[in-house]
Design a protein around this ligand. Structure first.
Ligand code: FES
Length: 193
């Protein structure tokens, strides 16, 4: 009997509460249902997307093979290596001489052209096309683009100038354009990575 009285009291409480808070509670139920649908949708989509994209491990080990035979002295191409731009440039004898003429002590990030290229291929300069300041893509790889004050690459974002060995010479970038790991597998084929 006492139990029945308690149940009745509880029911009465609920009814009172329902009358007062009906709108809010119904609202909450709708929001909760929508959120659950949203989460369900995302849960279905995410595995699909992650199946399409290469995993981090695969990407980290991926290589890019390039045929550099068609690049004339003074020309450069833009390629992609691990989803980032890559500059491949065949230097002219004048550009090589200009790079070699710079006293190493004048450089912010001291490196010779020989150290940034492969033996027997000092005319082939391969670097990432990513400014070492804040990651913009510098100009200078495509025909007619501004090569900056030192004839290499110019980053217009904040004015970094790189020389013909893609070494930082002026502006805020702290280091030279990065030379990735690569090797010549034939005289005209390069495998980067
Ligand atoms: S990102 Fe290139 S100068 Fe700032």
């Amino acid at each position: 009997m006492a139990d029945n009285a308690a149940t009745t009291a509880a029911n009465t409480d609920t009814q009172v509460e329902t009358a007062a808070g009906e709108f809010r509670r119904r609202d909450f139920i709708n929001v909760a249902a929508i959120s659950a649908a949203g989460v369900g949708g995302a849960a279905v989509l995410l595995p699909l997307i992650s199946q399409m994209a290469p995993s981090k491990d695969v990407l980290a080990e991926s290589t890019t093979e390039l045929d550099v035979s068609a690049i004339e002295p003074g020309q450069a191409i833009k390629a992609v290596f691990r989803k980032q731009p890559l500059f491949v440039r065949r230097l002219t004898p004048e550009e090589i001489a200009a790079a070699d003429a710079v006293p190493i002590g004048d450089l912010r990030d001291p490196q010779t052209l020989a150290e940034r290229t492969k033996e027997g291929h000092t005319d082939m300069l391969i670097t990432m096309g990513v400014c070492t300041h804040l990651g913009c893509v510098p100009l200078g790889a495509a025909e007619g683009e501004n090569k900056g004050e030192f004839g290499g690459y110019f980053c217009p974002c904040h004015g970094s100038h790189y020389d013909t060995a893609a070494r930082i010479r002026k502006g805020p970038a702290p280091t030279n354009l990065v030379v990735p790991d690569y090797e010549f597998t034939t005289d005209t084929t390069v495998v980067v990575g």
